[in-house]
Ligand binder design. Structure first.
Ligand SMILES: O=C(CO)[C@H](O)[C@H](O)COP(=O)(O)O
Length: 219
């Protein structure tokens, strides 16, 4: 499978969000990455339901929603109703991860599990065959534009081994500090989905940057 690109709307220009969404619609991007922060699980607040509803009205590509919130179970129904394709929750934010991922799947969404940089891949051993995606944070979550954590390459390798030895078909997504310099190495390490915020939206040619990310070859 060729890798997928998911521009993170956290780095979009909110004064012209509609134009940025249309740019992504027309681009070679595959998904919209939507970061939801509550100011408790992470030290920042992003946007909530009315904004996501507006995004969903004009987004022509699947919504890949990353919940950085405590007790995410409270909102699974709401995110399904907002048209979420893949709903990802942090392993660190829920006590009953198995129950939570099954609730997400029963609502008809793909279920993703997110690991913070300090959380080992081994926490997924008993659940890897029951999830659709693992999102590895390559920065500490909460803010766009942070520096990529180099240890992520090794973590992708460990996750890839766990996925192939278990027969899981989970995708590996990487989020945080992804740019044109590290994209090829991330794909070579085994990343299936690259999230990019700052790299895309701070670029002089965002659609061109998405195209470059999409056409990056493994190195
Ligand atoms: O989840 C996130 C922050 O918690 C963002 O998706 C991530 O940081 C992407 O932004 P950038 O590519 O600018 O690092």
């Amino acid at each position: 499978m060729t890798h997928l690109i998911a521009p993170s709307l956290l780095s979009a220009d909110f004064t012209r969000l509609g134009e940025d969404i249309e740019m992504v619609n027309r681009s070679e991007a595959d998904w919209f990455h939507v970061d939801v922060m509550d100011g408790v699980f992470v030290p920042n607040i992003s946007f909530g339901m009315p904004v996501i509803k507006a995004i969903g009205k004009i987004a022509k590509k699947p919504l890949d929603v990353h919940l950085m919130i405590v007790q995410p179970e409270r909102y699974f129904d709401t995110f399904r109703d907002l048209g979420t394709y893949c709903l990802s929750i942090h392993a660190e934010a829920v006590t009953h991860l198995h129950r939570a991922v099954h609730q997400i799947r029963e609502l008809g969404m793909k279920a993703g599990v997110v690991l913070n940089p300090h959380t080992p891949v081994s926490v997924l051993e008993e659940i890897i065959t029951e999830i659709d995606l693992v999102l590895l944070m390559s920065v500490n979550p909460g803010f766009g534009g942070q520096k990529f954590i180099e240890g992520t390459y090794g973590k992708i390798g460990k996750l890839k081994k766990l996925i192939s030895s278990s027969g899981s078909s989970a995708l590996i997504e990487v989020d945080g500090g992804v740019d044109l310099n590290n994209a090829g190495k991330l794909i070579a390490a085994g990343a299936d989905v690259l999230v990019a915020g700052n790299t895309v939206f701070s670029s002089a040619d965002p659609a061109g940057t998405i195209s470059k990310l999409k056409n990056t070859v493994p190195v």
